[in-house]
Design a binder for this molecule. Sequence first.
Ligand SMILES: Cc1ncc(COP(=O)(O)O)c(C=O)c1O
Length: 416
Amino acid sequence: MHSREDCLQADQRDPLAPFRRQFDLPEGVIYLDGNSLGVLPATAQARSAEAIAREWGQGLVRSWNDAGWFELPTRLGDKLAPLIGAAPGETVVTDTTSLNLFKALAAALRIQQREQPKRRVIVSERDNFPTDLYMAEGMIEFLQQGYQLRLIDEDLPLEQALDDDAAVLMLSHVNYRTGHLYDMADVTRKARERGALTIWDLAHSAGAVPVALNEAGADFAVGCTYKYLNGGPGSPAFIWVARRHQDQFWQPLSGWWGHARPFEMETGYQPAQGIRRYLCGTQPIVSLALVECGLDIARQADMAALRQKSLALTDLFIQLVNERCGEHPLTLITPLEHARRGSHVSFRHPQGYAVMQALIARGVIGDYREPEVLRFGLTPLYLGYADVWDAVDILKQILDSASWDQPRFHRRGAVT
Ligand SMILES: Cc1ncc(COP(=O)(O)O)c(C=O)c1O
């Protein structure tokens, strides 16, 4: 069994431990929800003051040029690129993940309409994050061309779903609920061999696990910056388009920021060459500016070291829960196999909601997802091994004493 002393020693040896100083973390909190909303980079307050007081307050409209506001989506996209295995000029930071999915889906379906017009199926996963499925439904409804959404699950394996009708395969690289990680290279190859284009949702991967989009031969990807990239609440998302596809079609949200000559104010739309055509309209500059603070930190970290620590933290968490909370009805739903695990760990518990509320009341912030799932994000840049030990210790106290079983921890109207 790992003792707390072992964990403290592991923290002392940890080459990533100094990164914690680059974040402002509240006292008395063990934050296990960086996979939902990342923490505050220490530079963010100064950067927001600069963006507001100097760039907006003093520079006013001149800042679109003088402070580089207009170029921010592409400049940040290039900063993000190494973290997702992209080349410069392939990524923009803009809009939301949901909106970017719409653009990617539209472009992928247009390419297929030209090259393989009989393919009318979007393949995804029943357990995908709901917005991905909703956006696909919206696209199908909008197109009115007989497209269908086909969902893989226990009854329908991926290989079977990728038949001659499959136009696009749209998957989350890391599953938001279970933390299951796909082998992107293998799945992308299978899709390509069967004639489907791939769209990867990297919401739980960017900054958390190694991603190699170009090496895998992927076609499109989207993701958010407010989780492991610590961009701030609701910070703009990103879209990546393989160079070979960029100039094939416009995406349908053809706003003026994606125009070839936005300031000519032409009557007709002419898409910009390259990734800029995936922009739509005026961007939330203050929010966008803050994304850079988190990216600057993530870029300093060695991804192999980050992955190693992420796996060590998730291993430790799973082992400690098994060893110390074994008599309680907790069921691990995260894969044990390293190659199949992202950077969070989830357990089911019949009173998962109340247990999570009790944990949060004790300063261990994770989150709850239906059904009955306790979800714990293990973020190597600001969590240590002793944090994991302490979190499991508090979980054990809560379960042993059944202190979760109080009206304030139950959902209103829920029967205990
Ligand atoms: C896999 C995945 N996709 C998308 C989103 C959210 O998309 P949006 O930023 O558009 O709300 C989430 C949010 O947790 C997610 O987990």
